[in-house]
Unconditional design. Structure first.
Lengths: 359, 321
């Protein structure tokens, strides 16, 4: 693509104001135009609702001891789904952290793989061939240099594609964030740094992570653009991510997107946010619920009513039940799984140790 | 030694378009030790890349480059500075194959010199190879001579798994040897008996192998026949060869430049004592640096194991009947 034709990120006189298209009541902001077709919005909404339903199911199963510790997306569905929808899964890559379930599904990961992973089954780490997705990352921000290297590698080999990597406000305090952004700026890697500022790193508030006014403004120091977007606005997230992707494809390098959203649930199933989150703040953000906003928008356009809602709910329940059944059908791991894939071949010692397991 | 490394890099880059070099000052400057001298001119700046000064980004982005289909060979100027990328090497690079169940593999090499004796500033000489020997999924190798350096570097670049290639800093210019210009490889994971002997077995890797050979020479003048084993590969470890060499003489001296406690010699000693216990005729000796941080240059000769300590340890093993 001719880089002079690449779109510009939306620009507000005040860089503190998040870019928004859809208001909380489901109406379009003044002069705003939807970047998504209604059919696309409907599919995105279904995925957001699937994510919300899976969170509830996962927490319930975890409480019964039938599912492992995992991190719900609850509250951040527009942020995750809007960004993922701006990618082409047959061309672009996602390098995730661990709170982005619907993006992984959109990219092509079967839900049962995700369930297996958080159930602690080694097979859950396998990303199916052809799915452009790296495994979930537990070591915060460690995935950012990988994303830059992967994007840079595509560029060096003249392969069309963009890499979008997810991380949070807490992870941005890690040294890997700085090193990755710095390198990405230098080599103009086709990468999108998608920072989900959900207000919390477990119990540590955003104010303890950085004295910068916004995370997005840090991009200036690395020589590329940063933008703040309303992370509870599906349309706005989609729009800015799509621009960042087009710019990366046009050779204009990285973009840092700060998606301002809110973690309505817990950090993970071992967390107790009632110790540090006030009910007032929760209420404020619940009123900005990203799913309600899209439902109101579609309803105003005749694309959402009680019948469609109940159809989608039923469809989602069936999808989750099928995935849970598929995951349950996978045989439990054996000692072989401990050693396999450490290296291309077992070492002398591994072969002996495997025999000690009677295999 | 340096020429052997440069030869391996240049020939593999010519043979395989995917191979690329990345590191600090490796372009026009040719690397601080000139290991990449002339390669920028020959292969261009898309394959010989000067990186920002950030070890974590060098290693972390190399992993991404490998996943994209390239074969990065990253140079870290000194092994001590790999600690600024420790989490990338140990958590990320080493485990990628395992955690993705074989879907993604960090096919890459990390080259770094280590060891003392050249009066470097602080932190440049630390022998921290044992810290990586617990990184299952990584291969950790440390050749002692130019022939092995070329053959093992070619093996490392062609290896599907990530390899930490530790080069003997002291040996870059001091260790000389014939190196064929032809393409050949030396297997990773195989120890090598570099001198046959029957009275005592000296076990070492990297620069310490040369110390062992010098000690063997002195011992031979006293009528003592020393068997010298170059481990070459710490991870994976060639247990069979080490045990066979220990059984051959029943007396073992392990030599390394790292401090005693937790040094890789402990692993070798434990392996011998469990697998060759009934062949042992004397306690296993370890000749290592003392348990202290690597000192500033004026004190390093007291720190690094010298030939006298190796000889004394070998003689002690022979005092036992």
């Amino acid at each position: 693509m001719d880089s002079s034709l690449a779109p510009q990120l939306p620009c507000h006189a005040d860089p503190m104001v998040p870019f928004r298209i859809l208001e909380s009541d489901g109406t379009l902001a003044a002069k705003a135009v939807s970047p998504m077709e209604d059919e696309q919005v409907f599919r995105a909404l279904r995925l957001m609702m699937l994510s919300r339903a899976f969170d509830a199911k996962g927490i319930s199963l975890q409480r019964q001891g039938r599912f492992g510790t995992f991190s719900p997306v609850h509250g951040q569905e527009a942020s995750v789904v809007g960004s993922a929808f701006a990618l082409d899964p047959s061309r672009d890559w996602i390098v995730p952290q661990y709170r982005e379930l619907p993006a992984l599904l959109h990219q092509g990961l079967p839900l049962e793989q995700f369930i297996l992973y958080f159930n602690g089954h080694p097979a859950g780490g396998r990303i199916p061939d052809g799915v452009r997705l790296l495994p979930i990352q537990i070591s915060l921000a460690a995935q950012l240099p990988h994303a830059v290297g992967l994007a840079w590698g595509l560029q060096l080999q003249e392969i069309d594609g963009v890499v979008l990597t997810y991380f949070g406000d807490g992870a941005s305090s890690e040294g890997d964030f700085h090193e990755a952004c710095n390198l990405a700026g230098v080599v103009k890697a086709p990468v999108v740094f998608f920072l989900q500022n959900n207000g919390w790193a477990i119990s540590t508030p955003r104010s303890r992570q950085s004295a910068a006014r916004t995370f997005a403004e840090r991009a200036t120091g690395y020589g590329f653009n940063g933008i703040v977007v309303d992370g509870n606005d599906l349309l706005a997230v989609y729009a800015v991510t799509a621009v960042a992707v087009e710019r990366a494809l046009a050779g204009l390098g990285p973009t840092l997107i700060e998606s301002q959203t809110y973690r309505l649930g817990a950090h993970n199933t071992a967390d107790d946010p009632t110790r540090y989150v006030s009910q007032e703040i929760l209420k404020t953000w619940s009123d900005r619920d990203p799913i309600l906003r899209v439902q109101r928008y579609l309803a105003s356009r005749g694309g959402w009513n009680d019948d469609t809602a109940s159809e989608v709910h039923d469809d989602i329940s069936r999808t989750i039940d099928r995935a849970l059944a598929a995951a349950r059908a996978v045989p439990p791991p054996t000692a072989k799984d401990l050693f396999e894939h450490t290296y291309a071949e077992l070492t002398q010692r591994q072969a002996r140790q495997l025999r000690e397991y009677g295999l | 030694m340096l020429e052997a490394i440069r030869d391996a890099l240049g020939s593999e880059m010519a043979a395989d378009d995917r191979v690329m070099l990345m590191g600090q000052d490796i372009g026009k400057f040719g690397g601080i030790f000139r290991a990449t001298d002339g390669l920028l001119a020959k292969f261009g700046d898309k394959r010989v890349i000067d990186m920002p000064l950030a070890e974590g980004a060098i290693i972390g982005s190399a992993l991404g480059l490998a996943i994209s289909g390239l074969r990065p060979v990253a140079e870290i100027q000194f092994l001590g500075f790999t600690q600024q990328a420790f989490h990338q090497i140990v958590q990320q690079v080493a485990r990628m194959r395992h955690r993705s169940r074989g879907r993604f593999v960090a096919s890459m090499v990390i080259r770094a010199p280590f060891g003392g004796g050249v009066r470097t500033p602080e932190l440049h000489s630390d022998a921290i190879e044992a810290q990586f020997a617990q990184a299952q999924g990584l291969k950790v190798i440390a050749p002692s001579n130019p022939y092995d350096a070329k053959g093992m570097l070619l093996s490392a670049i062609r290896d599907p798994d990530p390899v930490l290639f530790c080069e003997p800093l002291h040996g870059y210019r001091f260790i000389k040897g014939e190196v064929p210009s032809s393409d050949y490889t030396v297997d990773i994971g195989k120890a090598n008996v570099v001198r046959e002997g029957s009275d005592v077995t000296l076990i070492a890797w990297s620069a310490a192998v040369n110390l062992a050979l010098r000690a063997a020479e002195v011992l031979s003048m006293e009528g003592i026949s020393a068997n010298v084993v170059d481990i070459r590969s710490l991870l994976p470890l060639d247990v069979d060869s080490i045990v066979a060499a220990a059984e051959k003489t029943g007396r073992c001296v392990i030599i390394h430049e790292a401090s005693l406690t937790g040094g890789f010699g402990a692993e070798v000693a434990a392996t011998i004592s469990s697998d060759a216990f009934y062949s042992l005729r004397a306690p296993i000796e370890r000749v290592t640096a003392p348990d202290a941080p690597y000192p500033l240059a004026a004190a390093e000769q007291m720190f690094i194991p010298g030939v006298e300590r190796v000889l004394a340890a070998a003689r002690r093993t022979l005092e036992q009947q």
